[in-house]
Design a protein around this ligand. Structure first.
Ligand SMILES: *Cc1c(COP(=O)(O)O)cnc(C)c1O
Length: 404
């Protein structure tokens, strides 16, 4: 009862959520300098902005781009270039940086999967390129482990491929036939599958079928940018707008030149292709390169320490309320960052995690977290440093006010 009234009250007290920003100056970067913006679009539009204590979610617009990335985007907006020439040169630069054969900037990791799949099915034959998603006469099967099945596999079926699911290496070998176009691996689910990286790659090599690994959310650690091409995956894809903090609509496709060139043949400026809608503009291509360069040059240990300190701060603050427990964990694959779970005994703190999350969301400033009916989940890597203090204070305040 008390909970519901409080939640409602906090809703009513913010008639216009964008208004909370009015006391702050809106700043952005231009040529490395902070400049004041004279329009507040989100406020004008009545759009809620929030502290992202959740993580890299497309629904929450991913990550925030650092100034070097914004500078590259602004720079790119000032001149015309040939799109293919830009992609060629940036692809070469990225391949050099990541010590792999070739690379291209794709429209997200999902886009990388679609154009890669299309490319292995069509090769460089213009007729076959134009015919997709009709795969008549083409190799169109992609083999994956059943435990690696996720919704994002739609990126493969969208271009006409058929998923063939297996459990063991033996089943995988038996599934290979004249129609097999690719073997697809989901790094996030590595631990759940029977077949691990090296064996998967060797099966591909043994049967001369290209292998692909979805590493969308697998930066950090930075080593992952090098590791999987080194292990021998023919194609490796990362999201540009997650840990790399590049444009949210960009991604990286790394690997063997022959496959990436075939994938590129499905992308703009070429029009009669299945990938025509997966355009990456010159600003995003440069932004992606700048994001990657910045990421590679960053002090990863210092960043990790900052995340640990932030998580500790929030954890200690929540735990100071009796009946509240926290656990800190680091997922081994995908979203590999210090992460916090907050739980409590509802006979001591009389509010549900869902309601705490709702109050956080409806508060000022608004705070987004993840979780379920048992716990609140928090990461700090997508926050602006300093915001962890606001989050720590707010969670403690809510929990304290529901103490019995
Ligand atoms: C985020 C994600 C994708 C999609 O990546 P985008 O860059 O948003 O296109 C694909 N696969 C996995 C495992 C992901 O986490």
């Amino acid at each position: 009862m008390g909970t519901r009234r409080k939640a409602l009250k906090s809703l009513i007290s913010i008639p216009f959520i964008g208004g909370v920003l009015s006391s702050n100056e809106l700043l952005t970067y231009q040529n490395g300098n902070l400049v004041k913006l004279n329009r507040d679009y989100f406020k004008e539009l009545g759009i809620r902005t929030f502290i992202n204590a959740a993580g890299t979610y497309t629904s929450m617009t991913g990550s925030l781009m650092p100034k070097e990335v914004i500078d590259a985007i602004n720079y790119g907006s000032l001149e015309y270039v040939n799109l293919d020439e830009l992609q060629d040169k940036v692809g070469e630069r990225i391949a050099e940086l990541l010590e792999c054969e070739y690379a291209t900037v794709s429209s997200g990791c999902f886009g990388a999967m679609s154009i890669a799949m299309a490319g292995v099915m069509s090769g460089k034959d213009p007729k076959k390129i134009k015919q997709l998603p009709d795969t008549t006469g083409l190799r169109n099967e992609v083999i994956l482990q059943e435990s690696h099945t996720i919704g994002y596999a739609q990126a493969l079926t969208n271009v006409g491929a058929k998923l063939v699911k297996v459990k063991t290496a033996e089943e995988l070998e038996n599934a290979i036939n004249k129609k097999t176009a690719m073997l697809w691996f989901l790094n996030a689910n590595t631990d759940r599958g029977d077949i691990k990286w090296e064996e998967f790659v060797s099966l591909g090599k043994k049967h001369n079928i290209p292998t692909f690994i979805d590493c969308a959310a697998d930066v950090p650690p930075v080593d992952n940018l090098f590791k999987f091409t080194r292990i021998g995956f023919d194609m490796v894809a990362f999201s540009g707008g997650k840990g790399l903090r590049g444009p949210q609509s960009a991604g990286l496709l790394l690997g063997k030149k022959e496959y990436i060139e075939a994938a590129r043949l499905h992308t703009p400026p070429r029009g009669e292709t299945i990938g025509r809608g997966m355009k990456v503009n010159k600003e995003e291509v440069l932004g992606m390169l700048a994001a990657l360069e910045l990421y590679l040059s960053k002090d990863h240990q210092a960043e990790w320490k900052m995340w640990e300190d932030q998580i500790d701060l929030i954890s200690e603050s929540a735990k100071s309320i009796s009946g509240v427990e926290t656990t800190i964990h680091v997922p081994p694959h995908a979203n590999h960052v210090p992460s916090l779970k907050i739980r409590w005994d509802e006979s001591k703190v009389n509010i549900s995690p869902d309601n705490v999350r709702k109050i956080l969301r409806e508060g000022s400033p608004s705070i987004e977290t993840v979780g379920n009916k048992n716990e609140i989940g928090i990461t700090t890597w997508m926050m602006v440093p300093g915001q962890e203090k606001i989050v720590a204070k707010k969670i403690k305040k809510i929990l304290k006010s529901h103490k019995i």
